[in-house]
Ligand binder design. Structure first.
Ligand code: ZN
Length: 417
C-alpha cells in the first residue's frame, strides 16, 4: 500500500526485494546512535531507502573540524546540535519518512528506552565505553546491532544478532586505548554504507549477513578482509552465567512461560518488595560498593531496602555513603537472622554476599529460615570453588561466581529489572 510518489522514489530498489520488501523497510524503526561520520553515512542511506522511522541520538554540537566527514552537517550548522542538524538534512532528502532527533549523549538508561522502540540499532559511535552500553542494551532487548568503526583509512563492521552471533564484547573484551584517531570522510562512507546495506538486507530478508565475521577494510591498500569471530563462553555480556541468571529470575518470579508477554514483568515491577541485603563478609570494601549500588537500584524501583551486616560491614557502608542516601534501614546481621528465625520478620527477596566463610554461613542460614527468594552473590578469588561447594536449599537459591564488580553489577541489573 505504498503511495504513488513512494513507488516512483523506490522503483529501482523494489526490483530487488519487491513491494513487500519495501513495506518492511517502511514499517521499520532504526535507532542510530551517533550523528558523526558513520552516523551521517548510515542515516543517509537508510533514509533514502525508505526506512519508515529513524531515531538519531547525539548530544554533541557541530564543529568545523567535523565537516570533512560528517556529511549531514553543513558549514551553516556549526554550533548547532548534531542530532537536529542531521534530522533536518534527512527530512530534505526524504520527506516521506519520520525522523526523530534526540539531543542526548548515550547512557545506560536512555539507550534502554530507545532500543526498546527500535527494530534495529546502528552503532555509529566513536568510543567503546558507549559501545559496550549499546551492546548490552541491544542484547537485553534482543534487537540486532550493526557495528561499525573507523580510524583513518581503516574500518571494520559486523552484524550482531542477539543469542545467535558473538556480541561486541565477545569480539572486544576490553576497550582499545582511547585516542583521537585521524578520520577521513570516505572511510566513514565505506563502513557506513556496509552497515546500511546490512540493515536493508536484514529487514528485507535478502542475502547473507555479516554475522560471525568481522569485516576489515584497509583503505590504503584498497583491500577487504574478514576475520571469523566466535562467541566467548566467558563473555561478561552474553555468556552462560548471564543466561542462567535470567532463567533463575524467571523461575523465581513464575515468569518461566511468559517470556514474550510483558504482563508478568510489569506486574512484578509495580509491586513493592521488601528486600534484605545481607552483608555477611566483614571489611570487604567491594561488597560495600555493590551493596550501595543494589540499594540504589532497588529504591529507585520502589522497593523497601533493609541492610543487615556485621558492625564492620555496616561501618564501611556508612563510610561510603555518609548521608545514608542510597541505603535503607540498617541493622546488625545477627539480630536480623535471629528475628527471621523467630518468625518476627521476613523479606520477599534477599541478596546475600558470600565471598568469605562467614558470608556463606549467613547465606546458608537464610536459605533455611527465610521465605525470601535468595540470590547469593559470590565473587573474587576462588569464586568458582565456592560456587561448587555452596549447597543450600536450591528451591530459592541462585548462587553465581562472578569475577569482577562490573559484571556483578550487570547481573544485579538483570535480577532487579
Ligand atoms: Zn558476548
Amino acid at each position: 500500500m505504498l503511495g504513488l510518489a513512494e513507488d516512483a522514489r523506490y522503483e529501482r530498489q523494489i526490483r530487488l526485494f519487491g513491494a513487500e520488501g519495501q513495506k518492511r523497510l517502511k514499517r521499520a524503526t532504526a535507532l542510530i546512535v551517533g550523528a558523526g561520520g558513520l552516523g551521517s553515512s548510515v542515516s543517509t542511506y537508510l533514509a533514502v531507502a525508505g526506512i519508515g522511522r529513524l531515531i538519531i541520538i547525539d548530544g554533541d554540537v557541530v564543529e568545523e573540524s567535523n565537516l570533512n566527514r560528517q556529511i549531514l552537517h553543513w558549514t551553516r550548522d556549526i554550533g548547532r546540535s548534531k542530532a537536529v542538524s542531521a534530522a533536518e538534512t534527512i527530512e530534505g532528502l526524504n520527506p516521506e519518512i519520520e525522523v526523530e532527533a534526540v539531543v542526548e549523549f548515550a547512557y545506560e538508561d536512555n539507550l534502554a528506552d530507545f532500543v526498546k522502540e527500535a527494530d534495529i540499532v546502528v552503532d555509529a559511535l566513536d568510543n567503546f565505553s558507549s559501545r559496550y552500553l549499546l551492546n548490552r542494551a541491544a542484547l537485553d532487548r534482543g534487537v540486532p546491532l550493526f557495528h561499525g568503526a573507523i580510524s583513518g583509512f581503516d574500518g571494520q563492521a559486523t552484524t550482531i544478532i542477539p543469542k545467535t552471533t558473538p556480541c561486541l564484547r565477545c569480539i572486544f573484551p576490553r576497550s582499545p586505548p582511547k585516542e583521537k584517531s585521524p578520520a577521513i570522510g570516505a572511510t566513514c562512507g565505506v563502513i557506513g554504507s556496509i552497515q546500511a546495506s546490512e540493515v536493508i538486507k536484514y529487514l528485507t530478508g535478502k542475502g547473507e549477513l555479516l554475522c560471525g565475521r568481522l569485516l576489515i577494510w584497509d583503505g590504503l591498500r584498497a583491500r577487504c578482509d574478514e576475520i571469523p569471530i566466535e562467541k566467548n563462553p566467558r563473555c561478561m555480556d552474553c555468556c552462560e552465567v548471564q543466561a542462567n541468571f535470567k532463567q533463575a529470575r524467571r523461575r523465581c518470579y513464575g515468569m518461566e512461560s511468559s517470556e514474550s508477554s510483558g504482563d508478568a514483568a510489569s506486574e512484578m515491577k509495580s509491586g513493592k518488595r521488601r528486600v534484605l541485603l545481607l552483608l555477611g563478609c566483614p571489611e570487604v570494601p567491594v561488597q560495600t560498593s555493590i551493596a550501595l549500588y543494589l540499594a540504589f537500584r532497588l529504591r529507585k524501583r520502589g522497593d523497601e531496602v533493609v541492610v543487615a551486616g556485621t558492625g564492620a560491614a555496616l561501618k564501611l557502608t556508612k563510610f561510603a555513603d555518609p548521608e545514608g542516601h542510597y541505603l535503607g534501614e540498617t541493622m546488625n546481621i545477627d539480630r536480623c537472622i535471629g528475628s527471621i528465625s523467630e518468625g518476627k520478620m521476613d523479606f520477599d527477596l534477599c541478596f546475600a554476599f558470600a565471598h568469605s566463610d562467614a558470608g556463606i554461613t549467613y547465606a546458608g542460614t537464610m536459605s533455611y529460615i527465610s521465605k525470601a527468594e535468595l540470590f547469593v552473590l559470590i565473587f573474587g578469588r576462588g569464586a568458582e570453588e565456592l560456587e561448587k561447594t555452596v549447597e543450600f536449599d536450591c528451591r530459592k537459591l541462585v548462587a553465581k561466581a562472578v569475577h569482577d564488580p562490573m559484571s556483578l553489577k550487570k547481573l544485579i541489573d538483570e535480577v532487579i529489572d
